[in-house]
Design a protein around this ligand. Structure first.
Ligand code: IMP
Ligand code: MG
Length: 182
C-alpha cells in the first residue's frame, strides 16, 4: 500500500507549486526591498513551503518558527488556537511575514496575528500557499496567496491528515474512505 493510493486526485503538481513559489518570492522581494524582514513559519505544515519561499526571496531575511495548534486529529479547526512554541526573534519595529500552508477558517491567522501585533512589528502580513476562501468564518484575507483551492481536504507539500502525508511532493485531495477508517 503506497501513500499515493490514498489520494483521490492531484490538485497541484510539484512543478506548479515550484513555479508559483518562485513568483511569490519575486513579488515579496520587490515589496520588501531595503526593509528588515522577519519570516515567521507556522510549524509543522508551512515548513515545506517556507524553505522554498525564503530561498526565493532575494533579500536578507531572518526566519523564526512557531508551533500553534487548533486542529487535534480532525479535519476542521477547533477554533481554540494554542501556542506550543513561541518565536525567539525580537520583531519590534521589523516587517513580519506570517507564513502558513493553508488558510481555511482564518482562525489561525487571526489569532496568531493578534498575538504578534502586541510585539509592535512595523508591519505584519500573512502568506498562505493555499486558500480555501469559501470556508472563511472571519472575513480575513491572506496578503499573499499561492493558490485558491476548492473546499476539499488536501494533503501533501507539508499539509497533513492526522500527521501523515506531509512528505508527498504534490498537493492532492485525500480519499474520504481514508478518514472513515480512522
Ligand atoms: P484555519 O485556522 O481554519 O484557517 O486553518 C489553518 C490550519 O488548518 C492550517 O495550518 C492547516 O494545518 C489546517 N488545514 C486547513 N485545511 C486543511 C486541509 O485541507 N488539509 C490539511 N490541513 C488543513
Ligand atoms: Mg496542519
Amino acid at each position: 500500500m503506497s501513500m499515493h493510493d490514498d489520494i483521490k486526485n492531484i490538485l497541484l503538481t510539484k512543478e506548479e507549486i515550484d513555479k508559483r513559489v518562485q513568483e511569490m518570492g519575486a513579488e515579496i522581494t520587490k515589496a520588501y526591498e531595503g526593509k528588515d524582514l522577519v519570516v515567521i513559519v507556522l510549524l509543522k505544515g508551512a515548513a515545506w513551503f517556507a524553505t522554498d519561499l525564503t530561498r526565493a526571496i532575494d533579500l536578507p531575511v531572518r526566519v523564526d518558527f512557531m508551533v500553534a495548534s487548533s486542529y487535534g486529529k480532525g479535519t476542521v479547526s477547533s477554533g481554540n488556537v494554542k501556542v506550543k512554541l513561541d518565536i525567539s526573534e525580537n520583531i519590534e519595529g521589523k516587517h513580519v511575514l506570517l507564513v502558513d500552508d493553508i488558510i481555511d477558517s482564518g482562525i489561525t491567522f487571526a489569532a496568531i496575528s493578534n498575538m504578534l501585533k502586541m510585539q509592535k512589528p512595523a508591519s505584519l502580513k500573512t502568506v498562505a500557499l493555499c486558500d480555501k476562501a469559501e470556508r472563511r468564518v472571519n472575513g480575513l484575507d491572506a496578503d499573499y496567496v499561492g493558490f485558491k483551492i476548492p473546499d476539499e481536504f488536501v494533503v501533501g507539500f507539508g499539509l497533513d491528515y492526522a500527521g501523515d502525508y506531509r512528505n508527498l511532493p504534490y498537493i492532492g485531495v485525500l480519499k474520504s474512505s481514508v478518514y472513515a477508517h480512522r
